[in-house]
Design a protein around this ligand. Structure first.
Ligand code: MG
Length: 128
């Protein structure tokens, strides 16, 4: 996705030697406070049904999460592509009633299938 690539480039620039001193000073740990604040602002926008503000705050939260990912990537832990690939595979695994042979005709049955798949993952019965 071009927008994701553009954002990652922006993060790389801000974290580079010619970047921003504040962004360069951050660690995964220092960003915990920012993550909590941005999450709280998302919740407040939802409560107020202020969708223009919600768009803004979701952007702030995603930006802060991607800054965490950028630092993790610099530390050779994982990158944005690893995160998205991992999530996509997990979501597919946990929807055997959509992507597999199981059936779920109601939200209750769907969440049961989801939780069963999650449990099987934990017990090592299902692999991506
Ligand atoms: Mg904000």
């Amino acid at each position: 996705m071009k927008e994701l690539d553009d954002i990652v480039k922006l993060l790389e620039k801000l974290r580079s030697e010619k970047g921003c001193p504040w962004d360069r000073a951050q660690t995964i740990e220092t960003l915990k406070k920012d993550l909590e604040e941005e999450y709280e602002e998302v919740i407040q926008a939802i409560d107020k049904k202020d969708y223009e503000n919600l768009k803004e705050e979701i952007g702030d939260l995603i930006w802060t999460l991607l800054l965490v990912v950028q630092i993790a990537s610099e530390e050779k832990k994982f990158d944005a592509r690893d995160v998205l690939k991992n999530t996509r595979n997990k979501i597919i695994r946990r929807h055997p009633h959509v992507f597999g042979d199981e059936k779920a005709e109601s939200p209750e049955k769907a969440i049961r299938a989801f939780n069963k798949a999650k449990e099987e993952e934990k017990n090592g019965l299902r692999k991506s």
